[in-house]
Design a protein around this ligand. Structure first.
Ligand code: ZN
Length: 127
């Protein structure tokens, strides 16, 4: 089954780096499970709120510069946050990145503060 990005998902990609958008657009073509874009570009004000709420650790977030997106499995009309589903999604996004030749980092691969929905362009290649 092939999925497509919803209008809402597409609107949340506005302001995100075009290379990362390419990855997400490819990922939706090959993913085994549907997903939604939760958040792309983020204001400093919203980042401050997230840090205050403990939902983020840093004011140096890649979301503020458009170098990160959060995506989550969309199953039966609901956003899902469980790890087994993120682990189904992740190989598709990694394959998509390889397909379009864009390096990406998955928050789920971080050793501390694992972030299942989070994907970003590496600072090394995208300072
Ligand atoms: Zn994120």
């Amino acid at each position: 089954m092939a999925y497509t990005l919803s209008i809402r998902s597409l609107s949340r990609l506005e302001g995100v780096h075009p290379d990362l958008v390419k990855v997400i657009r490819r990922a939706i073509e090959i993913t085994p499970i549907d997903f939604a874009v939760i958040e792309g570009l983020r204001t400093r004000e919203r980042q401050k709120e997230l840090v205050a709420a403990g939902a983020s650790k840093t004011m140096n977030s890649r979301h503020i510069t458009g170098h990160a997106v959060d995506i989550a499995p969309w199953v039966g009309g609901t956003i899902r946050w469980d790890w087994p589903l993120f682990h189904k999604l992740a190989p598709a996004v990694k394959q998509a990145a390889a397909d379009v030749g864009v390096p990406v980092t998955w928050g789920g691969d971080w050793r501390s503060f694992k972030d299942g929905p989070h994907w970003e362009l590496p600072r090394k290649q995208y300072p």
